[in-house]
Design a protein around this ligand. Structure first.
Ligand code: SF4
Length: 397
């Protein structure tokens, strides 16, 4: 599932150096710390500049900061992937109210987790979040592991996120490489190529390892994320306010608009789907999507197979009499790898049997807000509710 949610805006979180025992990190992924210097200028002083800058100009008051609780740091890290801080914040707070401890999240049904995640997009994150909480309970006695390599073995946690958690919570000195950090490094060191390319990424990891200071790793990692989110932004970097302004290769070369190089363009295919909005007595029919694939595990509107008559198909599949069929306005939705044009069809129906296939549910309009719906499906239903032009969600006439 890949609902776009805007550019990454930084990741975790805390700015104070934890007091716990320091974890010794042995790089073991690809080309971790310890490779050759890759570029001028000399990285010496790079970390110190960022740490100094962060103390005065960094972000210090995000809700997940000033804690070394790995549950909170991990939750924020996952939510902030591909998601802006302003979007993720209410979800983070809502999650903690529902699941104050990791054990609460692990014990909850996955449907409840998906419902709370509804609207945040990239739903594999929610499924992995739940699986990860269960793995920590099952395999680590409810305690988050401390070493980055062990953390990276948990569901849904990549190398950068694992290093981030280990740095912020357990005092590890482990480099991170999220979107903001990649942008800063590509510009400061004049690194060519798309940062998602595996060769470029390896080079960035090696450089990130070289630059990692021996102390204040948490402050340094947060500083890189904050610099990328607030100064070295994608569109208009504020080089005059940057602590790297006199050593930055991109600035000196007048290439801040060219680096990092964008992803090579591919034509994004357009797909079509017809979703059926079956209405009866103020309720609509929703079905649970299969766990894998787009909107996996969420509730959605039934999708009409291609070249099929909606009236006949719905009558057979859902054992109902179709009273009326009407089109509703179409909606475009962008996924990471294709665009989807959704044509909803409204069907006023009369069920002919009380028996229901598993995975199908009639849901009343008042209950839609709490249902785990993908964002485009929610938009379709809200538009229909707002238009008042259909029998949808109005009680039987
Ligand atoms: S000088 Fe400008 S381009 Fe270079 S790292 Fe700073 S903000 Fe980014």
């Amino acid at each position: 599932m890949s609902v776009p949610a805007g550019p990454p805006q930084g990741n975790a979180v805390k700015t104070m150096e934890p007091r716990q025992r320091r974890t010794v990190v042995t790089p073991s992924h690809g080309e971790g710390a310890g490779g050759k210097a890759v570029s001028s200028p000399q990285p010496r002083g790079f970390a110190a500049r960022l740490i100094r800058w962060h103390k005065r100009h960094g972000r210090h008051d995000m809700p997940w900061q000033n804690t070394t609780d790995p549950y909170r740091v991990w939750l924020s890290e996952i939510m902030l992937q591909q998601t802006q801080v302003t979007t993720a914040t209410p979800y983070y707070e809502r999650f903690l109210r529902h699941f104050p401890r990791l054990a609460d999240l692990a014990a909850a049904p996955v449907e409840e987790v998906m419902a709370l995640w509804s609207g945040l997009g990239y739903y594999a994150r929610a499924r992995n979040l739940h699986a990860c909480a269960q793995a920590v309970m099952r395999e680590h006695g409810g305690e988050f592991p401390r070493h980055p390599d062990v953390i990276a073995g948990l569901p849904g946690i990549g190398r950068s996120t694992a290093n981030s958690i280990a740095t912020f919570c357990f005092g590890a000195q482990a480099p991170i490489l999220d979107g903001n950090v990649k942008r800063v490094l590509c510009r400061a060191f004049g690194i060519e190529g798309f940062p998602g390319n595996s060769v470029v990424e390896k080079r960035l990891w090696r450089l990130a390892g070289e630059l990692m200071p021996k102390r204040e790793g948490g402050v340094y990692n947060q500083a890189q994320m904050d610099l990328g989110a607030t100064v070295c932004t994608r569109g208009k970097p504020r080089c005059d306010a940057c602590p790297l302004d006199d050593i930055c290769v991109a600035r000196a070369a007048g290439r801040t608009g060219e680096l990092p190089e964008p992803k090579p363009r591919k034509t994004i295919p357009q797909r079509e789907a017809t979703l059926l909005v079956l209405c009866h007595d103020g309720r609509i029919l929703l079905e649970t999507r299969p766990p894998a694939g787009i909107w996996g595990g969420l509730l959605s509107l039934p999708e009409l197979p291609e070249a099929t008559d909606a009236r006949q198909w719905a009558a057979q599949r859902f054992a109902c009499r179709v009273i009326a069929v009407a089109p509703a306005p179409t909606l475009e939705h962008a996924f990471s790898h294709f665009r989807l044009r959704i044509s909803p069809l409204l069907l006023d129906v009369e069920p002919q049997s009380a028996a229901m296939e598993s995975g199908l549910r009639w849901i009343a309009g008042d209950d839609l807000a709490a249902a785990a719906l993908p964002a485009p499906v929610r938009r379709i239903l809200e538009a229909l509710q707002a238009s008042g032009s259909s029998p949808l969600l109005s009680r039987k006439r």
